[in-house]
Design a protein around this ligand. Structure first.
Ligand SMILES: Cc1cc2nc3c(=O)[nH]c(=O)nc-3n(C[C@H](O)[C@H](O)[C@H](O)COP(=O)(O)OP(=O)(O)OC[C@H]3O[C@@H](n4cnc5c(N)ncnc54)[C@H](O)[C@@H]3O)c2cc1C
Length: 377
């Protein structure tokens, strides 16, 4: 792909950060499940926590194609950091930018764009995942505040977040049409971080429950209008999926690069295994799927940048790239043989990290529903 001069410069800067700072710490963060605060600080310094946010709100003001390339590079080095960066960059600040009032934008976007505040997206509940319309959290208007009660789960960076977009029912009778979105601050009374959940992969991204008990949220923090929450969530996730697709490409690319160097150095039957056709076919399939995944991701990002509909293409990209990540990391372990199954190998971590890309911001089945509904409308 041809890059503009600016894109090439940014990508070189990100590659430098990823290779020299982020990748060397990835195994540590995976093992300890410690939040990669140092990585986030370094990214913030380079403007990588407000990639899509206009400069007037202290963001980097970059386009979605550049965003996808950045998330791929970061995720190639550390998928946990990639998850935090993707969710933070593409959801809370962008949602406020698109749906917020001028006051909301001025108050909440700049600290997130500067990376001083981590944003989160709190939609999922224990019994409402793909079926967000069955959520139970409620928001009842009482004077100048909405009083929110409910429990969210699986929230990325939940324990770190200071600004969370919280979804709750303002009109439970209306089902998904009764969902509204709110900007909640973690300092509000009744905002509580529940259990931090232990995970198979992206172990350092700190996924937790968030519990709201009689939490007053000022009326002025309603995002959009009452009843627009579902629409806001779905349209924001379309953009988020470009990030997850890029994350999947990064994980897959890392597994390919590990496989190539291992195949060249591992000798069996008197020659490097890279010279065995069985290994070559795996590498060829991995490389081809990665190329296709990257193109699908860039295509969705390009459509988003053009301001045309991109929901179907973002779902296609996420579906294909996440399956590619799972396929490639599996093959990478196969190429490494028994050594690939050992905890000290990068491919072992990549295999665990890859799986989440088929689940969050909509499962693969949910992507197929989006694609089919666009095609069969
Ligand atoms: C590590 C991690 C981080 C996350 N981060 C966030 C976050 O920051 N914010 C947030 O709000 N959520 C977050 N999530 C939640 C995530 O988006 C949901 O897990 C996901 O949407 C699926 O919901 P579920 O887990 O309840 O699965 P379910 O919806 O219960 O699905 C179970 C199975 O049924 C299938 N299924 C469900 N409905 C259909 C259908 N109509 N047709 C066909 N198959 C169907 C699914 O594809 C899946 O295979 C995160 C999850 C994880 C694991």
């Amino acid at each position: 792909m041809d890059l503009t001069g600016e894109q090439a410069d940014i990508l070189n800067m990100v590659k430098d950060l990823s290779t020299n700072e982020i990748a060397p710490r990835a195994a540590h963060y995976d093992r300890t499940e410690e939040f990669p605060a140092e990585n986030i600080k370094k990214m913030a310094k380079l403007g990588l926590m407000g990639i899509l946010i206009p400069r007037e709100y202290d963001g980097a003001g970059l386009d979605s194609v550049t965003y996808a390339m950045i998330i791929e590079e970061i995720s190639k080095a550390c998928a946990s950091t990639g998850a935090i960066a993707s969710v933070h960059n593409s959801l809370a600040p962008c949602m406020i930018e698109k749906w917020g009032t001028d006051e909301q934008k001025e108050k909440y976007i700049p600290p997130m764009a500067r990376g001083e505040v981590i944003g989160s997206f709190a939609a999922t509940e224990p019994n409402a995942g793909t079926d967000l319309g069955s959520m139970k959290a409620t928001a009842v208007l009482d004077g100048d505040d909405y009083i929110i009660n409910g429990a969210k789960t699986f929230i990325t960076a939940g324990p770190r977040t200071k600004t969370s977009i919280v979804f709750a029912l303002t009109d439970p009778e209306k089902g998904f049409r009764g969902i509204s979105a709110f900007i909640a601050e973690s300092s509000y009374k009744g905002f509580e971080v529940g259990s931090i959940l232990e995970k198979m992969g992206i172990r350092a991204s700190e996924t937790s429950e968030l519990i709201f008990t009689d939490m007053p949220v000022p009326k002025g923090n309603l995002l959009g209008k009452e009843g627009e929450g579902f629409k806001i969530a779905l349209s924001s996730i379309d953009g988020g999926r470009i990030g997850i697709s890029a994350q999947a490409v990064g994980i897959a690319q890392a597994s390919l690069e590990q496989s190539i160097s291992y195949a060249k150095e591992r000798v069996q039957f008197g020659k490097p295994i890279a010279r065995l056709q069985g290994i070559q076919w795996m590498v060829a399939e991995m490389a081809t799927k990665i190329e296709a995944s990257r193109l699908l991701t860039v295509n969705a990002a390009h459509l988003k940048d053009k301001g045309v509909r991109f929901g179907k293409e973002a779902a296609m990209a996420k579906l294909f790239s996440s399956e590619t990540a799972v396929f490639c990391t599996n093959k990478a372990i196969q190429i490494h043989g028994g050594y690939g199954y050992m905890r000290d190998r990068v491919v072992e971590r990549l295999y665990r990290d890859a799986k989440i890309t088929e689940i969050y911001e909509g499962t693969s089945e949910a992507q197929k529903l989006v694609i089919a509904s666009n095609i069969l409308r």
